[in-house]
Design a protein around this ligand. Sequence first.
Ligand SMILES: [Zn+2]
Length: 188
Amino acid sequence: MARHAGRNGWVPATSGNFSVRMDGKRAAITATGANKADLTAAEVIESEIAGPRHPRASAEAPLHLLRYAGASELGAICHVHSLAATVLSRRHAKSGVLRLEGWELLKAFAGIATHETRLDIPIVANDQDTNRLALLVEERLKESGPTHGYLIAGHGLYVWGATPLDAIRHMDAFDFLLTAQLHEEALR
Ligand SMILES: [Zn+2]
């Protein structure tokens, strides 16, 4: 997941982070400062989902761990600072949602079988207090319809799946759809 995002230029300047659920209690997550494009095993740490913060954990670890605690079906989470996600998250921050509608590639998301649908991606305001931000995100996701990710305004995208392969497919689909949306809005 991390190398895939690195190859695509979605995690500039050691940004972004990635995790996989190990079991009901633990997750493996990228350490702070790692270069995701050529991630090594030493740059992945084990963290308790409900436990104290690991000293080498990324500042954004709470945004991964609270998701695992709140959604037992999630097996992997990716966080990227891709250009389209970052720009659109800020452009639509006031409305708190970005609607993707009618695109064929929406079918890449688990549970979507037709392009005649729409996906409302929640957008939350950025906050350097990631414990507070993680709680806000969980509240927002409870209110919103089913989604496979959300945006943080001016910051980037969180996306997940039942397995790492699902998370990669969803990350690819989001990037394509957000890039398409960005081009379309620029042409209006
Ligand atoms: Zn980030």
